[in-house]
Ligand binder design. Structure first.
Ligand code: PFF
Length: 454
């Protein structure tokens, strides 16, 4: 089984895989969500918990996902089924794949709406609409975008098409080509923006905010958010990384590769924070503005600074590129599955699936205007989808992957596939995937449940 090739192709090199997976991992989660949840949860202490979650839960589970994907070299649903069969287990383990693909679908639907806002801001920054904009005006501009479903629909549609276009091209002519162009661009943009923020006058304050430790700010809620975000930001629990892993070379080391991806993703989140908060502080603005941090606070801040229009434009371009490479990995697993299952041509599969996502996204974008009154558990559709996926489905799916790869697959299979250099590292992985990761996820779940019920 190990020598099999994926029918979809395989990455040209180990670094292409690392960059593609990093492209999946680095997205709105790093540049939009991480800074604002850090802001809402008081800064440094939250960052620390988040780092623990990445190391002790995220990275080991990512290894589990990749090993299953590479073992079977198929889309996640089929990969879990086939690996289960190889291990003499029930084929219904493919449920893990289904849960992942479903979560990925839901995420794409609202991810694309936010990515649409980003496209709108690229255009607005590029045409100088936000120069010298005041706080109220910026707030109004963002609100009027949210109140305008047609405008949001146009951007949402464009974004879905951009993603379908790449996935339709296949692993080598689509995903790999996009990775080669977009990832270097992303790193360059990030460094340029960091340089700008270092000179903004608020760097020290931004640094202290991110890395200053403030225990009081730490709540169970914050820990749950940090854990959910660790899954989200590493693209875990929804087959994206498993699908990418199935195109990985047989000889490449999973451990070192995953570590590189985890470090790069974390670095980008931290550098994004360092690019954003100093600019916010330099303009005496509030870092805890929530989701509006990027769309209201930042445009005001950029608008008042020398060269702000150019750097603001570059900033939103960066976010757009990051969102694009992530969304590609949300569509890929389902597309690969449809190609395998129904023998459809890839472009057709990508287009059909894209159309379904596009329709689902409309529910999310309407929840900001016409359907704003529709609420469940106090949340609108958009927030509910975000909460259900990031806080429930991803941890649950991660838990199942940990259980499957740590407890159910024979050690012969996992040891062979991970091919870690030392036995000690393998034992450490086993210990973490069997006990630490599942216990961490469970404890936090139960604490959250208790808090809700008490
Ligand atoms: N990791 C991406 C981010 O941080 O924005 C989001 C994401 C992409 C989640 C792909 C899941 C996924 F499969």
């Amino acid at each position: 089984m190990q020598s099999k090739q994926s029918i979809h192709g395989s990455w040209g090199s180990r670094w292409i895989f690392i960059l593609a997976a990093t492209g999946s991992a680095v997205g709105l989660g790093n540049i939009w969500k991480f800074p604002y949840i850090t802001g809402e949860n008081g800064g440094g202490a939250f960052v620390l918990v988040y780092l623990f979650c990445i190391m002790l839960v995220g990275i080991p589970i990512m290894m589990g996902e990749i090993l299953v994907g590479r073992r079977a070299r198929q889309s996640p649903i089929n990969a879990v089924r086939e690996t289960a069969a190889e291990a003499g287990l029930n084929r219904n383990w493919s449920l893990i794949g289904w849960l992942g693909v479903l979560a990925g679908y839901i995420i794409f639907s609202f991810y694309s709406v936010v990515a649409g806002w980003v496209l709108d801001y690229i255009a607005a920054m590029g045409t100088g609409q936000l120069v010298n904009i005041g706080s109220n005006e910026a707030g109004e501009r963002f609100n009027s975008l949210l109140a305008n479903p047609v405008q949001m629909l146009i951007w949402h549609t464009l974004f879905v098409l951009m993603v379908v276009g790449v996935v339709a091209g296949g692993v080598n002519k689509g995903l790999e080509r996009a990775t080669k162009i977009m990832m270097p661009a992303l790193f360059v943009l990030l460094v340029v923006l960091l340089g700008y923020s270092v000179n903004s006058g608020g760097f020290q304050q931004g640094w202290d905010f991110l890395f200053g430790f403030n225990v009081e700010a730490l709540t169970w809620d914050a820990v749950l958010v940090a854990l959910g975000h660790a899954f989200f930001t590493l693209s875990l629990g929804m087959g994206a990384i498993m699908a990418y892993g199935s195109y990985m070379g047989k000889k490449d080391s999973i451990g070192a590769t995953v570590l590189t991806i985890g470090v790069l993703d974390t670095l980008v989140a931290l550098v994004a924070g360092l690019a954003i908060f100093p600019v916010v502080f330099a303009n005496q603005m509030d870092p805890g503005a929530g989701p509006g941090l990027m769309f209201v606070t930042l445009p005001v801040a950029f608008g008042q600074m020398p060269g702000g229009q150019v750097f603001g434009f570059l900033f939103f371009l960066l976010v757009g590129v990051a969102a694009w490479t992530s969304a590609i990995s949300l569509l890929e697993p389902a597309t690969a599955w449809v190609v395998e299952r129904f023998g459809l041509k890839r472009p057709v599969a990508a287009l059909v699936l894209g159309a379904i996502i596009w329709l689902m996204g409309i529910a999310s974008l309407l929840s900001f205007n016409y359907w704003a009154e529709i609420k469940l558990f106090g949340m609108g559709i958009f927030d509910l989808l975000d909460f259900t996926t990031a806080s429930i489905m991803l941890p649950l799916s991660g838990l199942m992957i940990a259980f499957f790869s740590g407890w159910k697959l024979q050690q012969k299979i996992t040891r062979d596939e991970l091919a870690l250099k030392s036995d000690l590292v393998y034992s450490a992985w086993l210990l973490v995937i069997r006990f630490v990761a599942p216990v961490a996820v469970l404890v936090i779940f139960i604490a959250k449940l208790y808090e809700k019920l008490a």
